[in-house]
Design a protein around this ligand. Sequence first.
Ligand code: BGC
Length: 834
Amino acid sequence: MDRIWQKAYDKARKLVEKMSITEKVNLTTGTGWGSGPCIGNTGSVPRLGIPSLCLQDGPNGVRFTDFITHFPSGLATGSTFNKELIYLRGKALGSEHKAKGVNVVLGPTVGPIGLKAAGGRNWESFGADPYLQGICGAATVEGIQDEGVIACVRHLIGNEQEHFRQVGEWSDEGGGWENLQSSISANIGDRAMHEIYLWPFADTIRAGAGSIMCSYNQVNNTYACENSYLLNYLLKEELGFQGFVVSDWGAQHTGVESSLAGLDMTMPGETFDNWLSGKSYWGPLLTRAVYNQTLPQSRLNDMAIRILAPFFAIEACNLLQENHHPSFSSWTFHTFGQEFPYQHYGPIMQQNWHVDARSAFSDEIALSVAKEAIVLLKNEGHNLPIAKSDGIRRVLIAGAGAGPDPKGYNCKDQRCVEGVLTSGWGSAAVNNPYVITPYEAIQEKAIEQGIVVDYTSDVWELDNVGELADYADMAIVVVGASSGEGYIEVDGNFGDRNNLTLWNNGDELICAIAERCRKTIVIVNSVGPVSLDKWIDKENVVAVLYSAPLGQFVGKAMAEVLFGEFNPSGKLPFTIAKKKSHYVPIISDLEDCENPQDNFDRDIYLDYRFFDKHTIKPLYEFGYGLSYTSFTLCDLKIIEINSPSEYLPYPEEYLPIYNTCEDDVCDPEDALFPHDEIRPVPGFIYPYLYNENIRSVEDDENFEYPKGYNPDQKTCPPLAGGGLGGNPALWDVLYEVSAEVKNDGKYKGGYVAQLYIEFPSTILLSPPKVLRGFDKVFIEPNESKRVKFEILHRDLSIWDTESQSWIIQTGTYNVYIASSSRRVELTGEIDIGC
Ligand code: BGC
């Protein structure tokens, strides 16, 4: 892979050598909010056939357009624990973005990782565990990029809550936060940074991710997008990231400094909240900085090379050969409109071609993920699957989540929350081409079985609902909770949830129904954990299902599970606690603080690791999920493939750099705005100089670099580095583990075998168990299959802050094959001696 990038760099460098300063700057700077069809558009270099690059959200489908699939959310995808399916979802996502002419997909999301149960954007990423996020993130990157679109992995790093992510957004919210002076700082310790937060990014880099988005928040009190230690050192040097770093939209706070700190592209181009102002930290100012030698041209070359290289590294991308332009406008749904609809500027022209990006493949994958994501939490008396033969002749379907939202399926960015939940809200939300609601799909199946169906969308007049429940043999109540991105406030929830209770009177509704109906089934469709305590132990609540947002096929997936056409096989991608106090709270109160500090005190004890460490019994643990059938496990085998070494071998020296790019600064006259060729569009960001008095200065090699940054070419990577994602030896397979799983129930079913490891505490204490593998198999009744895992060097390593590297401690490692993080089925041991 590294050789692939080397070749890609050579090709990119040859192109960059031919570029003028303004052409290079044009690649680095967004043209401005609304100045182009996509959510982010770079300048182009027509002379060399380089188009304006189209960057578009996002992780669950193509945002701001039509005729696309609304895929299940990242969190739902994580709940499947099915690696092949996750890769295929990535492929389907990539192919739809490609069909619409997108160059860079703003996804997958692996940060937030899910530190805070109420965090607004947890539903975008794959679940509260770094290993799970890493495997899912990497498979998604591979799927997207195999279709010829660059993946942009987001958000680096520590964006674990929405509150205070950006100053303008929050100080104007009217929440009493006017004093906010800077974005919240995620204060992350070195070990947690490596073992938890960076871990999934490393996987995606190893998978070849072409770009990474730095987050809004500060990291250890420096903005993520100008944090040289984070970008230059951790990301580019230690993790060997070869592609480009793009700012989250408006997350850039300085010009020259952010460039020197490792930012390669700014989006959407303007300074935050100054949309349409045409004011950028880069664009003309970056050009000026190169001409007046505040910024070395070598850095600008590096930025341009990094932006182009992914298009050469990823085989399926044909940036220069293809005539592949976006066929949609993010700013209007009309077929025709002004050239710049957002600015109300320019001639009328075609804006949307309404290309149908969907396919039978997308449908199949979206539905499969939705079905496999559903988690069966409780099934007392085996009332599920529903069968008329069990005496179920009348069914009541209730709850706000069962039917359509009165405001429709496509409120802007999915901010409507009074009907079926297809996603959370914000930039990761996409338009539904249609929605199959739980009510429709359940009713259809019920009718097939001759079952009588009643339905109510009433969640407030509980006497009425209770009466309907009285007549029903079974009631199915669909409830939920939503959250999203901080720029949207819904019912007093500013992105993050204010609490973990059900929305739309869910608890009261369930209680009222369960009071009158002996067989009450609850489906919780939510963006994360919710409190279930008001009703979970009620005798009449006989079955409970959980699902993360499932996209357009939500109802169909639920109905197939309820009626047993599909046996549930999803696993919880987070822990549901018994007490609110066991979760990490959102910082939502500024008190007197103008520069809020978020100290990540949980350190490496994320989610189940915390509960295990303190022996706290959760309500439902990470990895939990029942099936209609039962499985037994036996015959654990652990085979050593390579003998483990305590320390990493020194990585190979860096590949040679052929720095042939000219580094002389030419005449600034060349960079003046070409008024005879271009008529400036309002708000559009150009790379040109406006002031003819700007002069280049004498070549000067003495630039002021940020503290700790040394621009000299290095020959040796750090011990932890040296390859994509880190030291290549980290990915050596040390052990192969396998076990036999037998389906000894009546139904065919999927089983997720989870491999957890308990580390010795020879040098450092570690959590009682950490996830280090999962394998999903589908097995017919009375048949068996082997589940297999590879334990990598990395999987047995801990981050040693002193040596700044990964080490493997000597001692005994317990290996658990488990059905959840608390339910161990088989135990083995690995002994690592001195
Ligand atoms: C979000 C990003 C998104 C960008 C563009 C930002 O507000 O944080 O995730 O890609 O907007 O829509």
